[in-house]
Design a protein around this ligand. Sequence first.
Ligand code: GRF
Length: 221
Amino acid sequence: MPGLLRVAVLVSGRGSNLRALIAARDVGLGIELVGVFSDRTRAEALQHARKAGVPELCMRTAEFGDEAGYQRAFFSTVAACSPDLIVCAGFMRIISAMSLASSAPMINIHPSLLPKYPGLDTHRRVLAAGDPVHGATVHRVTRDLDGGPRIAQVRIPVRSGDDPESLARRLLPHEHRLLVACVTALAAGDVDLVDPACVRFRGTPLDGPLALAEDGALSRG
Ligand code: GRF
């Protein structure tokens, strides 16, 4: 039996993806949440962590001279809880190459079918382009903003009458399922990030993201 995967979660806001990870922990999906770290004091996510008994900490940018100094302090605090994996779950900050180089492997959940729509405002951009399908991606964090190797995706149809809010609302529960599926696959060793250049699934490099099925299973797309 492998031990529990030690997961640190980085947040800036609402924390619904964090709650999905807390629920996964609570049903014994192979993870231990070793810390929740925020760059915003008002992040609701901090309250979810507190309620769930996960150590949480907020470090405000204003307390540091510059971004490089902030990230040095922030990521050395994260490293002090010895995570095996760092999950960015609504962490609204561009992570520097230096921070990435000195940290455990990091993944991010992004609300689009990457490489389409990196950055912000994805739901509005999907609708403006008239795409029939939308979705979310979990990918490895690298120096390319939302451009690291993709681990898995979930897709949903765009409905006539959708607006950015309804689309975001319908996608969110699927994001939660996707993130939990990816983190538990990493905990089980089905997915590994040992090679920084690629994601491996059951020992073989992926040439595209895994697909999430209705039943929560991940398979080659
Ligand atoms: C999610 O839509 C996630 O895909 C994006 O930021 C949002 C965070 O939501 N990166 P929450 O804080 O997890 O509720």
